[in-house]
Design a protein around this ligand. Sequence first.
Ligand SMILES: Cc1cc2nc3c(=O)[nH]c(=O)nc-3n(C[C@H](O)[C@H](O)[C@H](O)COP(=O)(O)O)c2cc1C
Length: 204
Amino acid sequence: MTDALPPAPQFGDPLPLTPEPAVLRFLARRRSTSAVTLTEPAPSAEQLDQLLRLATRVPDHGKLAPWRFVLLEGSAKARFAQRLEALALARDDPQAAAKLAKLKAPPLCVAVISSPKPDTPIPQWEQILSAGACATTLLYATLAMGYGANWITDWYAYDPDANAILGLEAGERVAAFMLIGTSRESPLERERPDRAALVTRWSD
Ligand SMILES: Cc1cc2nc3c(=O)[nH]c(=O)nc-3n(C[C@H](O)[C@H](O)[C@H](O)COP(=O)(O)O)c2cc1C
């Protein structure tokens, strides 16, 4: 499915900048896949380790690693979904239980947790942004490996009881439930923003 990754560079190794047209072509066409269409197989244990290696190679002011991952697979993921179902019944949203379908279908979920460190001069905002970089890199690497993936949050990313079931500590938040598997369907292109409306050139 994918070539082996090169060995992890050692600290201080020179890392020459080279054009990577294949990466640019990938970025120009990549698409998330619908979570409910994701089935087995998931990445192997070795591939998952590679994905996490890539996801942790992200901009991180102060080298704080202000994120961590909770892996949900197999019967443990099913039990997690069951416990969320119990919470869903107590919520106002009548769709809350149905929304768990996205979590239940795929064989693998990687919860990316923003875990900002206290007692550091690095602003918390920057630590949270780094968690977003982590999740984005995980998404792109998973797609580049040929698997389907979808970054969702949904109510159980924000529900304090759901966070406790997931094992979050004080100050931690769910950045992503990254749903991963093999896609039965090619995703269709979605609308993309008009860059002209988003870009200005500063001048005084
Ligand atoms: C932080 C975050 C949370 C998201 N949560 C959801 C969600 O709960 N449900 C959903 O349908 N899409 C959600 N999305 C959107 C999809 O992950 C994704 O952006 C969209 O399907 C298009 O992705 P693509 O540009 O990779 O094709 C979320 C995106 C982000 C960045």
